[in-house]
Design a protein. Structure first.
Length: 118
């Protein structure tokens, strides 16, 4: 499991959204959305490479995600459940719903999800 910082997730989200792309593209996108300097983005890309989440392809420093968005979401969700809810998915689900009321359509979608898992 790769654990991502918030900054690393910003880099990964660009790759997951845009596909394999040059590091300069990632830097341009994040400069616009976060105000980061190119050196900041490159430092974070290198950290992701060290973690095994990104593979650098030459020439032109093309970044390829070695971890899919789905894998990261699954791992991070399980980590959250373990840390905050002592491994109880039921407790997470109850917390997510809180006092909100669900529409009939939302309830039907949740039933479909549960049915597919059975």
């Amino acid at each position: 499991m790769v654990r991502f910082t918030d900054a690393e997730l910003k880099v990964m989200n660009v790759i997951w959204h845009d596909g394999d792309c040059p590091a300069t593209h990632i830097a341009d996108v994040l400069a616009e959305s976060t105000g980061w300097h190119i050196n900041t983005t490159y430092t974070i890309i290198h950290k992701c490479i060290e973690k095994g989440a990104i593979e650098r392809q030459n020439p032109k420093f093309i970044c390829h995600a070695k971890v899919s968005q789905e894998e990261a979401q699954t791992d991070m969700t399980q980590d959250l459940v373990n840390k905050l809810y002592d491994g109880s998915k039921n407790s997470l689900f109850a917390a997510l719903l809180g006092k909100d009321t669900l529409s009939d359509e939302q309830i039907a979608k949740l039933r479909d999800i549960v049915s597919e898992m059975e």
